[in-house]
Write a protein that binds this ligand. Structure first.
Ligand SMILES: *[C@@H]1O[C@H](CO)[C@@H](O)[C@H](O)[C@H]1NC(C)=O
Ligand SMILES: *[C@@H]1O[C@H](CO)[C@@H](O)[C@H](O)[C@H]1NC(C)=O
Ligand SMILES: *[C@@H]1O[C@H](CO)[C@@H](O)[C@H](O)[C@H]1NC(C)=O
Ligand SMILES: *[C@@H]1O[C@H](CO)[C@@H](O)[C@H](O)[C@H]1NC(C)=O
Ligand SMILES: *[C@@H]1O[C@H](CO)[C@@H](O)[C@H](O)[C@H]1NC(C)=O
Ligand SMILES: *[C@@H]1O[C@H](CO)[C@@H](O)[C@H](O)[C@H]1NC(C)=O
Ligand SMILES: *[C@@H]1O[C@H](CO)[C@@H](O)[C@H](O)[C@H]1NC(C)=O
Ligand SMILES: *[C@@H]1O[C@H](CO)[C@@H](O)[C@H](O)[C@H]1NC(C)=O
Ligand SMILES: *[C@@H]1O[C@H](CO)[C@@H](O)[C@H](O)[C@H]1NC(C)=O
Ligand SMILES: *[C@@H]1O[C@H](CO)[C@@H](O)[C@H](O)[C@H]1NC(C)=O
Length: 881
């Protein structure tokens, strides 16, 4: 949150190996990064982030190199994603190109020197050995990775005009987006006869193409919208952003695809959304044309357009084997003539279609051509999401989608494979599925005006106001990748620094430590954190929290009577980041370095950033409160879009451009907000001047954080006393919610960010809030002239007391913090931390449940454990005995 945004992203230094001496210096001038999970067998290049301690390295005079296992320092494309308050480097992003060998570990070496690079030639690669060549012409941009040459037109409907191999063969052409929609959905099967449904077809229409590149990575960003190509005419809509990541030496392309839904929920029903490439097949014999579909657990359907196996007459074993292995078949002269003379009677299968319409099953079928019947192919459960079409002599194209079955309804089609030009279509939304219906799930229930809405909130806990539930939000289909390997597609290789190193640099906060297991009490707490991750992973699977709009999120509250999460009850359904589970799961990853935690938190971050937050319109930058549909609740709040939830991933990923863009959208959120100091200030405390001004403003309030709100001026970025107290005598307004949407984490970072330059009074104001939240009414009155009244979330707030106890070395407050944690409220000390199997007729399918568990409690419990262990773990044994 502190100091980033596109304006800051720049390449800081580049160095070829000729002028850089290897060093074994193990001080903080080097940082090790390792693969998350296993070292990949295949990777097309990788981007990652590295933190640096404050005051150590400076922009313009720092050089970066990378050392693999050989000790040889190599090229490293580098840029800055975050600065400390003193201007030193806090986070850098780096890219490594593709290579045949991947080391287990890389050491990133930073070195300060008097050498100052000429920033106006920031992307020059000097005498580098890089194979990456970018040609930025006026009508098209071409990126040559050394293995592939990809051409991107700058206008029109074609997003990728050609993909050529090193040998100059064209494996794909005319890449374009496809969108289909209709204006109405029949409510009953009988209504299908209604002829007045209007169908529209759209293709991509480019508005802008930009390219950014260094020695290892080129990023081509294409922006545009979908324009009518047929059917009922319709205005252009559904803006898209495509980000192509191309690494040096790589024979694959990664594409991050995102759209913003800017249609009308009751008129624009998406029926298909995809990307299509032409695959040239001219000159290739039908029996040399190969089709592949990834199935389940590494399974592959392996067929030829014209199969010569299983026939009544055998062409010869070597012929059959060649076809099965995807090799060019021997000359037909050498086949059994009884087959060769009858080849014309063997059908060619031009069309294949795989549809994953639920997370539990896919269907697969083929036909010879349009107009003929489909033939079913035995199918399976969870397709890994990859299709290939090509010829044995000229190569071909594989297209895959990450999390294919988890983001159903998805699909893969191959068409016209028996003609001169075949096609592969990757469906992000399968046309075989029901139309995407973004209408509200209820009709308003005759709620008439605000009184009724408020009363309804008492029962379903969902805010509903007419017009507030339009799903003008976007959906991201992360990482569409073209690659030959499904595991590479589904778990893209990631390089990360060690937890210990990240912790030492303090670049992601000082409110967490590595796991503490020095006594039984801390061991128990650590095991609870592990339990939380395992349980949510199991619930995602058992409850099938998958789907185009859903994947990445989980539910808010449990219904013990029905043994189900409350998926149909207002504000108890989708969680939408309520009470900061994002913070918990990222901190869990930072402490443990666990791969599953990273993947879990990444899916959550991408989901909440895309689907739960508005990207255009009046609510741009605001999030939606938890509800039955991700966007349905009328409460639009900055606390949901909170940048703090996304920054861990942003920095660790080396500045993921899509997340960066989402963070930028939020920078002006303050313009749409009245100012509540806890939940929304924490969300928009971005930008150094804004931050300094508002921090100064809070410090100057007579009652500091206890004031509850301040009057914010978005023109001058200043914060004064609330309208109820213009003279700043001191108002008392405390909410249990203020500190549960990232406030303690943001304040802790603000305090360490400013260091000695922290505006006077700010830290004291925060320490007071931490101390007095749970002090007795008498103490509150003595200090502020009024008591805070009845509050809750005491277990959650124990971490505030822990922080104050640590900062003021108050051992009695330490014990109070542990007491609040164990006995305050929230999760009981004797809670059972185990699951119960529910099966038989009590449930639809067997599930594990934990009756007492709710996401609000778990999120805040997890954060309290992590922070209490960081600040006051030494007193735990004393308290526990
Ligand atoms: C390691 O680097 C630090 C700072 O860059 C320097 O002070 C120290 O002398 C170096 N140590 C060795 C053994 O090179
Ligand atoms: C590129 O790949 C080739 C093998 O395909 C490898 O020998 C070479 O080292 C790689 N180049 C770089 C810069 O990684
Ligand atoms: C930096 O590079 C630009 C363009 O190559 C050149 O005009 C300028 O003189 C250079 N500046 C320095 C300080 O070398
Ligand atoms: C680049 O290579 C050329 C010749 O190979 C050499 O003269 C020149 O000094 C090199 N430049 C740098 C910055 O290493
Ligand atoms: C690429 O070319 C366009 C003009 O077509 C220009 O505006 C843009 O700055 C160029 N980008 C780079 C990275 O050179
Ligand atoms: C047919 O569709 C139109 C919308 O195109 C709708 O207004 C009408 O009610 C439908 N008719 C029936 C019988 O459902
Ligand atoms: C914060 O703003 C004050 C004036 O309002 C100024 O004196 C101070 O230097 C600023 N501090 C920082 C760290 O920018
Ligand atoms: C705020 O303070 C003013 C001045 O002391 C007082 O008149 C007003 O009632 C207070 N309001 C609240 C909500 O505490
Ligand atoms: C330490 O905290 C206790 C409450 O636990 C409080 O009574 C006491 O005044 C605090 N001591 C100091 C020095 O602030
Ligand atoms: C936990 O303790 C409370 C009383 O403090 C009791 O009501 C509850 O039944 C206990 N739960 C379990 C699982 O032992």
């Amino acid at each position: 949150m502190l100091g980033f945004g596109a304006g800051f992203v720049a390449i800081v230094a580049f160095l070829g190996h000729s002028t850089f001496a290897a060093s074994n210096n193990k001080t903080s001038s080097s940082a090790a990064v390792h693969w998350l999970g296993e070292t990949p067998a295949f990777a097309s290049g990788v981007t990652f982030g590295v933190p640096w301690p404050k005051g150590k390295f400076w922009p313009g005079e720092t050089r970066f190199g990378v050392v693999g296992n050989t000790g040889h320092i190599e090229d490293l494309q580098s840029w800055t994603t975050g600065y400390w308050a003193d201007g030193s480097l806090k986070w850098t992003g780096h890219a490594i190109g593709s290579s045949e060998v991947f080391y287990d570990k890389y050491t990133i070496v930073a070195s300060s020197s008097a050498y100052t690079r000429n920033s106006s030639s920031s992307t020059s690669t000097g005498n580098s050995t890089s194979s990456l060549i970018v040609t930025n012409g006026s009508s098209e941009t071409t990126v040559n990775t050394g293995k592939l040459s990809i051409t991107f037109p700058k206008e029109g409907s074609i997003i990728v005009s050609t993909i050529k191999t090193e040998e100059g063969k064209t494996v794909a052409e005319n890449g374009r987006l496809i969108l289909q929609s209709q204006n109405w959905v029949p409510d009953t099967p009988e209504n299908r006869g209604n002829a007045s449904i209007q169908y529209s077809n759209f293709g991509s229409s480019i508005n802008e193409v930009t390219v950014d590149h260094g020695s290892a990575r080129a990023l081509v960003t294409i922006r545009g919208q979908h324009k009518s190509t047929g059917g009922t005419d319709h205005d252009p809509w559904l803006h898209f952003v495509l980000r192509f990541y191309l690494y040096a030496n790589s024979s694959s392309i990664r594409l991050l695809h995102s759209i913003v839904f800017d249609g009308e929920a009751d008129k624009d029903f998406i029926t298909g959304l995809g990307i299509r490439f032409d695959v040239p097949l001219k000159g290739e014999e039908q029996y040399n044309r190969h089709v592949r579909f990834a199935g389940v657990d590494g399974g592959i359907l392996n067929e030829a357009v014209q199969g010569i196996t299983g026939l009544r007459r055998d062409p010869g074993e070597n012929v059959r084997t060649a076809q099965v292995e995807g090799r060019e078949l021997p000359d037909t002269e050498t086949w059994d003539a009884r087959v060769t003379t009858r080849l014309k009677w063997i059908p060619t299968w031009g069309d294949y279609s795989l549809a994953q319409l639920t997370s539990d099953g896919f269907s697969l079928k083929k036909r010879t051509k349009a107009g003929q019947s489909w033939v079913k192919i035995p199918s399976g459960s969870r397709a890994e999401g990859l299709a290939y079409l090509g010829g044995a002599t000229q190569g071909g194209l594989a297209v895959g989608l990450r999390d294919f079955w988890k983001r159903y309804p998805s699909g893969l089609d191959i068409s016209n494979a028996a003609s001169d030009t075949g096609e592969i279509t990757l469906w992000l939304y399968s046309p075989a599925a029901e139309p995407l219906d973004l209408r509200p799930y209820h009709d308003g229930l005759k709620e008439d005006g605000y009184e009724d809405q408020l009363d309804a909130l008492e029962i379903t806990y969902e805010d509903y106001e007419p017009g507030f539930n339009t799903p003008t939000e976007s959906h991201e289909q992360a990482n569409d990748e073209l690659s030959g390997l499904t595991s590479y597609i589904n778990s893209p290789p990631v390089l990360v620094p060690e937890p210990d190193y990240i912790h030492q640099t303090k670049a992601l906060g000082e409110y967490w430590e590595l796991p503490v297991t020095d006594n039984d009490a801390s061991k128990a707490l650590e095991s609870h954190l592990d339990f939380i991750l395992e349980f949510y992973k199991s619930q995602i699977e058992q409850r099938r929290w998958y789907g185009f709009l859903e994947y990445g999120d989980f539910m808010h509250t449990y219904d013990t009577d029905r043994h189900t999460w409350r998926y149909d009850i207002g504000g108890y359904a989708w969680d939408n980041s309520e009470l900061s589970p994002d913070l918990f799961f990222w901190l869990y990853f930072l402490r443990t370095g666990r791969e599953d935690a990273y993947r879990f938190a990444e899916a959550l971050t991408r989901h909440t950033g895309e689907v739960d937050v508005y990207h255009i319109g009046d609510w741009k930058g605001l999030g939606t409160r938890h509800g039955v549909q991700h966007w349905a609740d009328s409460a639009k709040q900055a606390r949901i879009s909170q940048p703090q939830y996304r920054k861990y991933f942003f920095y660790l990923s080396g500045g993921d451009e899509r997340i960066g863009e989402l963070l930028e959208e939020l920078l002006d959120t303050d313009k749409t907000l009245a100012h509540r100091m806890g939940t929304s200030w924490a969300a928009m405390a971005g930008g150094k001047t804004k931050l300094n001004n508002t921090v100064t403003g809070i410090a100057k309030l007579t009652n500091g954080f206890v004031t509850g709100s301040g009057l914010y001026n978005p023109e001058t970025w200043t914060l004064g006393p609330p309208p109820t107290d213009p003279e700043n005598h001191g108002n008392v307004s405390v909410s249990h919610l203020s500190a549960v949407f990232g406030l303690p984490e943001v304040v802790s970072e603000v305090i360490s960010y400013f260091g000695n330059d922290l505006p006077d009074g700010f830290k004291d104001a925060w320490l007071d809030y931490c101390y007095y939240y749970r002090a007795s009414a008498a103490e509150q009155i003595a200090r502020y002239g009024a008591s805070f009244g009845k509050q809750s979330l005491y277990q959650a707030h124990s971490r505030l007391a822990a922080y104050a106890a640590y900062e003021t070395s108050n051992s009695s407050l330490t014990l109070r913090a542990w007491k609040d944690f164990y006995t305050g409220d929230g999760i009981a000390q004797n809670a059972s931390w185990s699951t119960t199997l529910i099966n038989g007729s009590a449930v639809l399918t067997a599930i594990d449940e934990v009756e007492w568990l709710a996401t609000n409690d778990i999120s805040q419990y997890g954060l309290a454990v992590i922070q209490n262990l960081a600040y006051i773990s030494s007193a735990l044994e004393e308290y526990a005995v």
